[in-house]
Design a protein around this ligand. Structure first.
Ligand code: FPP
Length: 239
């Protein structure tokens, strides 16, 4: 494994756990849905900030497989918001040459959301300047078990030798195998958890936890997280 000093180097791939919408809403005495709505503005600004800086991949954790445990009202507000965001922002995203990618289990999502997400991927399929990868109905353990099932079925069909199962093989069976592992993970709102996010891919990712609640997250926060990343020495297990 290589050793790298990231001094001044930009992370290629930034992943964000956008946390704190509910607390932001509570502080203001508004509904949780309004907290998520305010969070969508932070998404817009973060996408813009990453594009301006030349970040290659931005992954956002928008809806986990565990988020189904929230109230029906909140879950449907989140899905409505996703469709609204696609409608409002897609042309901008396209104009900025950003490709949309979705990561997670499409089954189980409302038909309208699936249609909107598929359209956003189709519309931006040829864009090359940045990838906006959105994790929806996503869970890291689920992703690894889906990969294990896909590998087992290839072995069962005689298409894969048992001996060919190694780390690279498993990585090829994840939802978005073409994406590099995140260099930087940002979690807002002060929580110190991974919450079932990209468990395989985060092995050597630098983690920056910020106190800011997601709806308050703006470009200066993004720049601050990147500056902190640039102070780190990455060793990837080496010396
Ligand atoms: C966590 O805050 C946030 C979410 C579960 C949803 C994130 C979704 C958005 C920001 C909406 C827009 C997304 C896109 C991609 C357009 P929380 O509700 O867990 O906050 P809390 O911990 O303070 O309750």
């Amino acid at each position: 494994m290589t050793t790298s000093n990231v001094e001044d180097a930009l992370p290629k791939h930034i992943a964000i756990i956008m946390d704190g919408n509910g607390r932001w809403a509570k502080q203001r005495g508004v509904t949780r849905a309004e907290g998520h709505e305010a969070g969508a503005e932070s998404v817009r600004e973060t996408v813009e900030g990453c594009r301006e800086m030349g970040i290659e991949v931005l992954t956002l954790y928008a809806f986990s497989t565990e988020n189904w445990r929230r109230s029906r009202i909140e879950v449907s507000a989140l899905f409505r918001l996703l469709s609204k965001y696609v409608k409002k922002e897609l042309e901008n995203i396209h104009k900025e040459d950003i490709r949309v990618s979705i990561m997670g289990r499409m089954e189980g999502l409302p038909k309208k959301v699936v249609k909107d997400l598929e359209y956003s991927m189709e519309r931006t399929a040829n864009n090359r300047s940045m990838i906006l990868n959105v994790a929806i109905n996503y869970g890291g353990r689920g992703e690894i078990s889906d990969a294990a099932r896909a590998i087992a079925s290839e072995v069962q069909r005689g298409e894969l030798e048992l001996d060919a199962i190694d780390e690279a093989c498993l990585a090829r069976h994840l939802y978005r195998p073409a994406l590099p592992d995140p260099d930087l993970l940002v979690r807002t709102s002060g929580e110190m958890r991974i919450s079932n996010f990209m468990l395989w891919q985060l092995s050597y990712t630098e983690i920056v936890m910020m106190k800011t609640l997601w709806p308050d997250f703006r470009k200066p926060h993004l720049h601050e997280a990147i500056a902190e990343y640039q102070q780190r020495q990455r060793r990837f297990g080496g010396r």
